[in-house]
Design a protein. Structure first.
Length: 213
């Protein structure tokens, strides 16, 4: 099983093209909140620069109808659902041909209860740390102990996120054994501005893992 990589938080077409050239499997743009939020026009330009590589939109409060309108306006391939989205929302998006990643945010053993339900009507579950006052992982590393337990609870695909960098991703993948990893701040020089060297090093670190049995 080869580990896939998503480079998220893109705001510039040039960075999307570089991530694509470096071998990223998925790209991501943020519509939820924070310093990396893009407009529909920016997202469309990033999708164009991705040259067919799937681009997922990160959503936090948008309705399913609004997500589908943004899909039509930008060419997005999928949705990463943060916020109060239900299985019915994920099911509707998948019926529309969207790739759907649902999110489980972890901060303690009790939060693992939310992992199995997140797998319902999802193509994958992204696990990340729950950070007070932040909509996403905020560059904070997820407890790998919690991540391992989440992996054990998931019957399907798992995406590991939260503070990953080129220097740490190999150990994290070796321990947790996710299907994919998601990186944003770990390959940046400023929020939303990717560092091409860091992106290349991150992708190389993951490629160097080979295939996990």
């Amino acid at each position: 099983m080869a580990v896939e990589v998503k480079v998220c938080g893109l705001t510039r077409p040039a960075d999307a093209a570089e991530a694509n050239a470096a071998g990223a499997d998925y790209l991501g743009v943020v519509f939820a909140s924070g310093p990396r939020v893009v407009t529909a026009a920016q997202a469309a330009s990033i999708v164009a620069a991705a040259s067919g590589r799937p681009v997922l939109g990160v959503f936090g409060s948008q309705s399913v109808d609004e997500i589908l309108r943004l899909r039509d306006a930008t060419g997005l391939s999928g949705a990463q659902l943060h916020g109060p989205y239900a299985a019915d929302d994920a099911r509707r998006l998948r019926r529309e041909g969207f790739l759907v990643w649902r999110v489980a945010r972890l901060d303690a053993a009790a939060s693992l209860d939310g992992v199995p339900p997140a797998a319902e009507d999802a193509d994958a579950v992204l696990v990340e740390p729950r950070v007070a006052g932040a909509a996403g992982g905020a560059g904070v590393a997820l407890s790998l102990g919690l991540a391992v337990r989440a992996r054990e609870l998931l019957p399907g695909r798992m995406v590991l996120a939260g503070g990953l960098r080129a220097e740490t991703v190999a150990d994290a993948v070796g321990l947790v054994r996710p299907d994919a990893v998601d990186v944003s701040s770990g390959v940046e020089r400023l929020p939303g501005i990717k560092d091409l060297h860091k992106m290349a090093c991150f992708l190389e670190a993951v490629r160097g893992l080979g295939s996990l049995a």
